[in-house]
Design a protein. Sequence first.
Length: 311
Amino acid sequence: MSGITKETRVAVLLGGLSSERAISLKSGHAVYAALKRRGWDAVEIDAVSDLPHRLREERIGAAWLALHGQFGEDGCVQGLLEILRIPYTGSGPLASAVSMDKISTKSMLAGAGLNLASQVVWNHGEDLPDLPYPVVAKTPAGGSTIGTVICHSPEELRAGLDTCTGFADRVLLEQYVAGREITVAILDGEPLPVVGIEPDSGFFDFEAKYTKGRTRYVVPAVLDPEIARTAQRHAAIAARILGLSGVARADFIVDANGTPWFLEVNTIPGMTETSLSPMAAAVVGITFDDLVERVLLGARLHLKVGAPGLG
């Protein structure tokens, strides 16, 4: 039992300092509204530099994390909440930090049976690697497809690396896999129905994700049942190995042969009523308000005081 009751003052942490701030605000507002509808004593708190002061000032007993990207999804705020001993939703500091970094994520999942595209880690200042094209250049900690470029030639790769190194000195270079994008939400370790993603442009980039009408979502996805089961199984394996908690989401591309290729995980996926994880939950009878409340009741601390390491 979490020990969280309707008498607990709950902070919905939203906004923050990352490039995904605007998206986080939308998620946070939706979560806050759902908690208020269910009768929770909730308050919205912008997760900026005065966050520790605000948490104490508001006498917060639990935190619902609606943050995306740097400082919110990468273990930073999770570590702060551990120090303040405030239970929070989602994954702990270590799982969050590893899952935020695509290079670390793939290292953790190597040998686990998932289909992972071949990759090279490029460091700023190195020569171009000898790779077959097309290749995808990715900022390791980028979210919402920010810092992701598909490159078809050495010239495009140089330009893509210039873009990516505006965010980080290391760049993940992956073999490009053509196919259909799908995503699998995981709730408390169990996979939800697969969501099919059909962007008009053919590439699920920032504009396709956040411009109304630019992408069609189908849930359950129109897939061979065995392919769907494989993606769900692989999502659950990734969640277990990475140590994810609460609601998370794993993204895949299904190639022409029906092979689902793992792309990345999101430890704090979007949480508006039209976001992908709530969309999948609705198919199995979990309403948006149900989902928000269930995630809150799973809020906890992940680190024991005095325990060696991160636990």
